[in-house]
Ligand binder design. Structure first.
Ligand SMILES: *Cc1c(COP(=O)(O)O)cnc(C)c1O
Length: 370
């Protein structure tokens, strides 16, 4: 692999394929696979990732917001796209781009219905979301009757699926809570399906739900973080391959003497002779300021170099006193050998946040090995 000469996010499409195969190996053959590609496919690149996943025949995509779905449609993606968190202002555009909204409240249902009728739609595909304990988005169980009444009186929309989201599928200590969510989803969906003259398909599981609760796979699973190589579980992480590697290179090396300071507000002061490397990546690139002052680290020639002083907008400085390296050498911020999850832990964060923070100004480079 060529050495990075600037800051790049390398995307390994073979790793993506590996992760899809691994997750699919946990499913029954007829369980549908929805790939979550919101937030630029977890900070990588939604279009390239979706194009590759479409070739791998995933059944569905999900994005959070309408504009993310439009970007996929404009790039030629034809697979159905579920928009998880649409707003009423988006409904006309959703229909124009054949996106499928999550309908999560009576306000949203009535508004979408009005827009669908206005645009002379019949059987426009929607997905009804139920709240089974996350208390974030979704209808309550007590609303089933009302929803069904509305659905029975219209030809404009058709429910393609019923779904819900688990609150703590990665947390073994919350097993009872999760099992309760699964039971209440079964109860609700049974009630809805009994009152409709057709059967919407059902889904409830994110990555950790897929891995920890096979009884919650239903007809489809929604896989996000697992696609990108993380499973919220150290053992299973070993079977997955991180898709993204964030790399940069050393711009300049400085030799500080005892009592020299470094960076804004002189946040670091050398207590001894200290060699530092300045790197072209800062908080505007996704390096949280919390990583400053010794918390975060990068790897140079296999060795750990701590970030010292304050994180600047476009730069960080790292301590290379004990590392053999030169200006121009490659630096790994995270990747398969140095996991984003480890880095996340140093500031009490999670892989999701580290991956999705990689700013759009960093060039994405795609690698595929045959
Ligand atoms: C983001 C999201 C997912 C994906 O979750 P992962 O833990 O990344 O697999 C699934 N469903 C919903 C509703 C989401 O918002």
């Amino acid at each position: 692999m060529p050495k990075a000469q600037e800051t790049i996010l390398e995307i390994d499409l073979n790793a993506l394929q590996h992760n899809v195969n691994f997750i699919k190996s946990k499913l029954k053959t007829n369980t549908k696979f929805l790939a979550v590609v919101k937030a630029f496919a977890y900070g990588s690149d939604a279009i390239e990732i979706a194009k590759h996943l479409e070739k791998l025949n995933v059944d569905y995509f999900a994005v959070a917001y309408t504009d993310e779905g439009i970007a996929l449609r404009n790039a030629g993606i034809e697979t159905p796209i579920l928009v998880l968190h649409p707003q009423t202002v988006n409904f006309k555009t959703i229909i124009e781009h054949c996106l499928e909204p999550s309908i999560y409240s009576q306000r949203i249902l009535n508004e979408f219905l009005a827009v669908a009728k206005k645009h002379k739609q019949t059987n426009y595909p929607i997905h009804i979301k139920f709240n089974t304990g996350l208390n974030r988005l979704g209808f309550a169980e007590s609303e089933v009757e009302t929803i069904v009444e509305i659905l029975q009186t219209t030809q404009a929309i058709k429910v393609k699926s019923l779904f819900s989201h688990l609150a703590a599928s990665d947390d073994e200590n919350e097993k009872d809570f999760t099992l309760n969510q699964i039971e209440s989803f079964k109860r609700i969906t049974q009630e809805v399906s009994d009152s409709l003259d057709y059967k919407p398909f059902l889904h409830q599981s994110n990555t950790s739900g897929i891995l920890n609760y096979p009884q919650a796979h239903f007809n489809m699973v929604r896989c996000g973080i697992g696609l990108y190589g993380f499973a919220n579980n150290t053992e299973i992480n070993k079977s997955l391959k991180p898709v993204a590697t964030l790399k940069t290179s050393i711009s300049q090396i400085h030799n500080l003497k005892k009592e020299d300071s470094l960076g804004y507000n002189r946040a670091f002061t050398a207590t001894k002779n200290t060699k530092t490397a300045t790197l072209p990546i800062g908080h505007a690139d996704g390096i949280n300021r919390l990583f400053g002052n010794g918390n975060g680290f990068v790897f140079i020639n296999g060795q750990k170099a701590h970030i010292i002083g304050n994180v600047c907008m476009d730069m960080i400085m790292v301590d290379i006193t004990n590392i053999k390296c030169e200006e121009g050498d490659e630096v790994i911020v995270f990747g398969p050998q140095h996991s984003a999850e480890n880095l996340a832990e140093s500031i009490d964060s999670i892989s999701y946040e580290i991956l999705t923070s990689v700013s759009q100004r960093i060039k994405r480079v795609f690698r595929r090995y045959f």
